[in-house]
Design a protein around this ligand. Structure first.
Ligand SMILES: [Zn+2]
Length: 483
């Protein structure tokens, strides 16, 4: 089966084929760094990182562009409140966001256009829109005329009458229609500004994406492959981008596939800058293993509404620990042309081909993790594929993954004692004492994932009775010879 992706534009899941040969051109709406990034931002960018990694793994030549809205009302307002320079504010928040993305294993975009560095193409595009009758100059700036574009509302599947009922003209706006939106805002005292044929000012948010995606991905006006963002951007932002771009194109649509990440709730509540009810991403990543957070996101379909809780990070950390233990065991297993690598590769591809079903892909990696003892006995060729597919999901094994837990030499009768205690319930035949302990710890991890605390305690106590003491910490479970 070829890769199939859900397309917001057509409201269906379709086979994916690049518009131009093997090249896949992706534009994702990036951050407006006028406040701290939160975990909701991370979810969307993390998903597009997996999409990008998988397309590259599948052999496509991917160009990934993600813009930076480095000028907007809030950064200017914040500068006024604090007395800081507005651009220092923007740069500070953006540097923090980039450091957080790196910790989460999100790769850097190929191009990272800043709106203020693309003023010339933005002005040129507004001039074209005015010339074609899609925009007009008003007292406070240049506006896009929504009634000039009959297809408006097609992406969000709403008609303009419906949209108009929720829109209004603010007292300080001088536009003709409530749905019209600003392309260029004339400068107010104390604001940063750039020159334009209509007067000094700055670009609106929507036009920057139309102008920068055209400049970097589609100068010919024939469309690019994938446009992405969070579901909250479908209306009005993406609707507006389409209205700006498509009248100037030879061959619309602006993007062949539109993809949107689902909303993230934090402890059952909507996160909002105005409510201020979120912890900065930077701080959250200090308290938790970023790979565990990444794994937690991968466990949920990207387009679904997801509720993020502290408790769920704990369960994801245990799941990550299982993958790490398996990684070490597979590296130790004798190499044999077993066909396991090809089977794992096919199974993970099948999952990801189904609209990037990351939960399904993880389940396949966990199936392999559950067979490590068998692989250590009989040999396998799966270790390389296991590592490569972890990397496709962005759970790239670090050097720390390979480190064997350090334990004192076990007394020679330990294996026999483990067999007596656990042999009836777990298959320990052929295992060394270390392997047997790993197998028991895996069963205990599963019990903890299932919240079966009684079983988890029973396994711990039974191990202790065999002379093996275990210790749980933030970084996982370690064991040692009981004193
Ligand atoms: Zn955008």
């Amino acid at each position: 089966m070829p890769l199939r992706l859900y397309n917001t534009r057509t409201r269906s899941t379709e086979p994916f084929a690049p518009l131009d040969g093997n090249a896949v051109r992706i534009y994702v709406c990036g951050l407006t760094p006028s406040a701290q990034a939160h975990i909701g931002h991370a979810r969307s960018f993390l998903f597009f990182d997996v999409l990008r990694r998988y397309l590259a793994y599948a052999g496509y030549d991917v160009t990934y562009v993600q813009n930076v809205t480095d000028i907007d009302d809030r950064s200017i307002a914040r500068a006024r409140e604090t007395g800081e320079n507005w651009y220092d504010i923007v740069n500070g928040y953006y540097a923090s966001f980039k450091a957080s993305m790196a910790r989460l294993g999100v790769r850097e975009p190929d191009e990272e256009p800043y709106a203020t560095k693309f003023i010339a193409p933005i002005v040129a595009m507004i001039e074209e829109l005015i010339a074609k009758g899609h925009a007009y100059v008003a007292r406070d700036g240049v506006y896009y005329s929504v009634p000039s574009f009959p297809r408006y509302g097609a992406l969000s599947n709403r008609n303009t009458d419906e949209l108009k009922s929720g829109a209004r003209i603010e007292v300080d706006e001088f536009k003709d229609d409530p749905l019209d939106f600003a392309l260029w805002k004339f400068v107010k005292p104390g604001e940063p500004f750039w020159p334009s044929p209509w007067g000094d000012g700055r670009p609106g948010w929507h036009i920057e994406c139309s102008a920068m995606s055209r400049e970097l991905l589609d100068p010919a006006g024939v469309g690019f492959d994938i446009h992405g963002g969070g579901a909250d951007l479908i209306f009005p932002h993406h609707e507006n981008e389409i209205a700006q771009s498509e009248p100037l194109m030879g061959h619309p649509p602006m993007a062949n596939v539109w993809m949107h990440g689902g909303l993230l709730l934090f402890e059952n509540k909507k996160m909002s800058k105005s409510l201020g009810n979120f912890e900065p991403l930077e701080d959250l990543l200090k308290r938790h293993d970023p790979q565990a957070i990444r794994l937690l996101f991968l466990q949920t379909g990207y387009s679904k509404v997801m509720n993020f809780t502290e408790e769920s990070i704990g369960a994801a950390a245990l799941s990550l620990e299982r993958l790490k233990t398996a990684y070490r065991q597979l590296r130790r297993a004798p190499v044999r042309a077993s066909g396991d690598a090809a089977a794992l590769d096919a199974a993970v591809r099948e999952a990801l081909d189904n609209d990037i079903n990351t939960a399904g892909a993880l389940a396949e990696l966990h199936k392999v993790a559950g067979r490590t003892l068998e692989f250590e006995r009989a040999g396998t060729d799966v270790a390389g594929a296991y590592e490569a597919l972890l990397d496709v999901l962005g759970l790239t094994p670090s050097a720390a993954w390979a480190e064997e837990p350090v334990a004192a030499a076990l007394p020679s009768d330990t294996l026999a004692r483990l067999h007596d205690a656990f042999g009836a319930e777990l298959s320990l035949n052929g295992a060394s004492a270390e392997d047997a302990i790993a197998r028991i710890l895996e069963a205990r991890t599963q019990a903890r994932v299932d919240k079966n605390w009684a079983e988890s305690d029973r396994l711990r106590d039974a191990l202790l009775a065999c002379g093996v003491a275990i210790k749980d910490s933030k970084d996982g479970t370690t064991w040692n010879v009981a004193e």
